[in-house]
Design a protein around this ligand. Structure first.
Ligand SMILES: Nc1nc2c(c(=O)[nH]1)N[C@H]1C(S)=C(S)[C@@H](COP(=O)(O)O)O[C@H]1N2
Ligand SMILES: [Mo]
Length: 402
């Protein structure tokens, strides 16, 4: 298939809501031909260390350039995850960006070119929305520790999720003002952090395209998190927030948004963030949405007092709608009972729940399984994929009572 034919087919796939069935080699060739990778002139992005905010050991587990939230640190917290414990996923480092000289460029074959300063964006009508940012690899470590499988990537437990209250401007508002063409099909935000180098290859700036349809549906350009200006680690001065889609969609430190009349590709939708392995297409299966998960607000190995009633708490979430029911087992899965939901659930992003338990002395295995309003639920085993994405199986949490 030549490139023209390929593009046509890809375009038809996009329009039909399908994104599978194309050749990886063609994709890689296209990625190379696109000539992406040059940093924007006049927008210095200095390294300030992988992560700027403090990462105390009672709030975070550090994983290279990333840090995951300890679930015990969410106990007693409200619906939103405070910034001091919001997980960070950096491909390289948090850049230092001067908001007074920063501007956002909108350009490409599907739009007129336009620039917006931070003040320009703040003058546009704003929206505030509860949205979860969750890494597609959240739970990846359990492929190994629970399923005995080999996967590559950061071995997250379940702490690569945070629900925030994001304020910003609708991407659709900005794209209309810029002068988006009716021929535009794809939108690709590009980060101002340093280029990502993998296996000695410079893959250019972090970026991942999504369809114009999604851009006009519910995507935000956020400049506030939890009623404060965006913190450096979470994308200051402006990040993209893509509700219900995997975290990589929500590009931080956005400097340019490419709007294209042709389908766009980046290593982040061809090499990474596809499902590879046995039973998947050779080119990998594409995906954008998250799955159903549950977590107890405690660490594995917690020691409880035997014979004393204790209140277990946790949270469950799905990208496909609010949670309908959570069941808990305290005996390794032999018996299950309903957990009690509590608290307000703005936007239905996740559900807090509690479960009273009086443990006998000894070892116990806790499990929680959620079902959302559409009937999606958590399996016992997640189907293996080599990059370890979308782990949704019920997690076994060993604890002790003494
Ligand atoms: N520019 C840029 N945007 C990025 C990333 C990055 O490394 N650089 N990481 C992505 C990934 S993989 C995730 S999971 C989320 C994490 O957002 P957070 O660090 O605010 O929690 O940001 C996404 N946006
Ligand atoms: Mo991620």
């Amino acid at each position: 298939m030549n490139e023209g034919a390929y593009d046509e087919r890809r375009l038809r796939d996009f329009i039909a809501g399908r994104t599978s069935g194309f050749s990886r080699r063609t994709l890689l060739a296209l990625t190379a031909a696109a000539g992406v990778g040059a940093a924007l002139p006049g927008t210095p992005a200095q390294a300030a260390g992988p992560i700027v905010k403090p990462l105390p050991a009672d709030l975070f587990r550090s994983l290279g350039t990333n840090a995951e939230t300890l679930w015990s640190a969410l106990k007693g917290q409200g619906y939103y995850v405070p910034v001091d414990r919001f997980f960070v996923r950096n491909h390289t480092v948090t850049p230092t960006i001067d908001a007074s000289t920063w501007s956002l460029e909108i350009s490409g074959s599907g739009t007129r070119t336009a620039h917006f300063t931070l003040d320009d964006l703040k003058r546009l009508p704003s929206v505030t929305r509860p949205v979860a940012i969750e890494c597609a690899g959240n739970g990846r470590g359990y492929f190994t520790t629970q399923q005995g499988q080999t996967v590559s990537g950061t071995a997250w437990r379940l702490g690569a999720i945070g629900v925030g209250k994001w304020k910003g401007v609708r991407l659709s508002t900005v794209l209309r003002r810029a002068g988006i063409s009716r021929h535009a099909v794809d939108v690709q935000p590009i980060g101002l952090d340093p280029n990502f180098v993998s296996g000695g290859v410079d893959l250019g700036p972090v970026r991942r395209p999504f369809p114009v349809r999604k851009a006009f549906d519910d995507v935000l350009l956020a400049y506030e998190l939890n009623d404060e200006p965006l913190p450096p680690d979470h994308g200051f001065p402006v990040r993209v927030v893509v509700p219900e889609w995997i975290g990589i969609s929500s590009i931080k430190w956005v400097g340019r948004i490419e709007v294209s009349a042709e389908p766009l590709f980046s290593p982040w939708n061809t090499q990474f963030y596809r499902l590879f392995g046995e039973g998947f297409p050779a080119d990998g299966a594409p995906f954008d949405r998250q799955v159903v998960k549950s977590a107890f607000e405690l660490e594995p190995g917690t020691v409880f007092r035997a014979g004393t009633r204790t209140r277990l708490t946790g949270r469950s979430w799905s990208s496909d709608g609010p949670i309908r029911e959570v069941k808990v087992s305290t005996d390794g899965g032999a018996t299950w009972r309903r957990a009690r939901p509590y608290g307000s659930t703005p936007g239905g992003v996740w559900q807090r729940w509690e479960y009273d338990w009086t443990p006998a002395a000894g070892e116990h295995v806790l499990l929680a399984r959620a079902t959302d309003v559409r009937g999606n639920t958590q399996p016992e085993v997640t189907r293996h994929n080599t990059l370890g994405y979308l782990f949704d199986a019920v997690v076994k949490v060993p604890v002790t009572a003494a």
